[in-house]
Design a protein around this ligand. Structure first.
Ligand code: EPZ
Length: 427
């Protein structure tokens, strides 16, 4: 398994580039199921979850080209012959976002067999709201031997209300509705930019969608969709992670190829914590911090609130702030896996239910630490960038799932970080 070796103390200076958003690319790749025509997606990030999605689509009979040449980062997908609309457990167990093929498979093929996605490190991650919506649209869903089997000759448009705001639930049902008979009105939808990105792609394929990015999405079902070429949004969580890296190391960092409009809550919190944040233009942000950082509380919310996917990274920053920061995680029930590892580096953090109380400023010292999930891993890298000495981060395959060549990108702006072990460890 690959490890990262990180020596702390260097301020990050220069320009670091953001890749395409994994959480946009995954639903958009699944949306290719909805047409027999070829679909091309650009700005695809070179991360493990995308490779997993490629394998998943190919296992169902799709032809998937995935290229990362200098100018590429592109995938071309043809789902003309979906001979086996089954998402097998061996793949689903490695990436629960595989459940995103459920809606499109039923819409296109009239049936789907999808292995029940297990939970993961951060929580149970049920998909009951996906299933409830599909059943309301006329799908008959049975569950046996760990697989869901869903059938519908043609889904019917209807009115849906999400009991809880769910990002992939909104995306799954959006993809189910675009070929359904009649109108579907979905209420209490997720407003994340990734939902809007998927909707933009579907509209480019001929879907009739209004209201993506708002709580109410209205869809008029159509008979068929055609192919498209679509460029994936920049990854707002990778951008936020790099902004915190610039602040925590007291650097002067330009984060390029990002969308400042997707980062409102994060930029506001960085300013409250004492960093200087400047939006340079439509796709780059400059972050500097030379004075002391100030404690500031966060409470994770659905978009446009402070993102749960930035909670662990912010906690690393909070360890360096003067004072007490209260961090409340409202979205997932077990998203404090990074706390114990940060504590091993000298952080002073107390957890009580959904709230972690961070007392700073703590002088972090290097340690051997364990990555547990994608964003907890990012938190440990950020802490190691300021810890005294050389830290070893184990199980970095968690990072490879959602961060493209992060050690190369960070080295490019002055970080002392290198990967040990075989490339893309068989983690
Ligand atoms: C998406 O997960 C993201 N993943 C997650 O990013 C992100 O943390 C999450 O949204 C919240 O923003 C992808 O987009 C691939 P939810 P998702 O459904 O859709 C509960 C990362 O680090 N819920 O919005 O699975 C659920 O348990 C990953 O990139 C139900 O109860 O999250 C959670 O408490 C991690 N029933 C809450 O809703 C359901 O049917 C929000 O979950 C669905 C969800």
């Amino acid at each position: 398994m690959d490890k990262f070796v990180v020596r702390g103390g260097n301020p990050l200076v220069g320009t670091i580039r953001v890749s395409g958003a994994k959480n946009s690319a995954l639903p958009c790749m699944a949306a290719a199921i909805l047409t027999e025509d070829e679909v091309t997606l650009e700005n695809i990030p070179q991360v493990r979850d995308i490779e997993t999605e490629r394998k998943l689509l190919a296992s169902m009979g799709a032809e998937v080209e995935l290229g990362y040449g200098r100018a590429q980062h592109r995938t071309t997908i043809s789902c003309r012959n979906l001979s086996d609309p089954v998402a097998k457990y061996e793949i689903v167990k490695t990436m629960r976002a595989s459940s995103l093929v459920l809606g499109p498979l039923i819409a296109r093929c009239g049936m789907a067999r999808v292995a029940m996605p297990g939970g993961c490190a951060i929580g149970g991650r049920p998909i009951d709201l996906h299933l409830k919506g599909l059943e309301k649209m006329g799908a008959v869903i049975t569950q046996e031997h760990g697989y869901l089997e869903a059938r519908a000759s043609r889904l019917r448009g209807t009115e849906l209300f999400f009991d809880k705001i769910t990002v992939t639930g909104t995306e799954d049902l959006l993809m189910a509705s675009v070929l359904a008979e009649g109108e579907t009105v979905m209420e209490n939808c997720a407003r994340e930019p990734e939902v809007s990105d998927l909707a933009a792609m579907l509209i480019g394929m001929g879907a009739k969608i209004e209201g993506a990015g708002t709580p109410t999405i209205r869809v008029q079902g159509v008979e068929k969709l055609h192919g498209t070429r679509h460029r994936i949004n920049p990854d707002r969580i990778e951008a936020g992670t790099f902004l915190i890296a610039g602040a925590i190391t007291r650097g002067d960092l330009i984060v390029a190829n990002c969308n400042p409009g997707h980062l409102g809550a994060v930029l506001e919190k960085l300013r409250e914590a004492g960093a200087t944040v400047e939006i340079l233009n439509a796709d780059s942000i400059r972050v500097r911090s030379d004075g002391p950082l100030q404690a500031a509380d966060i409470s994770t919310q659905e978009y446009p609130g402070f993102p749960t996917d930035m909670q662990a990274q912010y906690m690393a920053l909070a360890t360096q702030a003067e004072g007490v920061s209260r961090i409340t995680e409202n979205i997932f029930e077990n998203r404090f896996m990074h706390v114990q590892e940060l504590a091993r580096m000298g952080a002073n953090i107390a957890v009580d239910g959904r709230t972690a109380t961070v007392r700073g400023r703590a002088q972090l010292s290097s340690a051997a630490v364990m990555c547990s999930d994608l964003r907890a891993s990012a938190s440990l890298v950020l802490a190691a960038l300021v810890a005294e000495g050389e830290s070893i981060l184990d199980r970095v395959y968690h990072m490879d799932r959602g961060y493209e060549r992060i050690e190369e990108k960070l080295r490019g702006v002055g970080a002392q970080i290198r990967r040990m072990g075989n490339v893309f460890g068989n983690g």
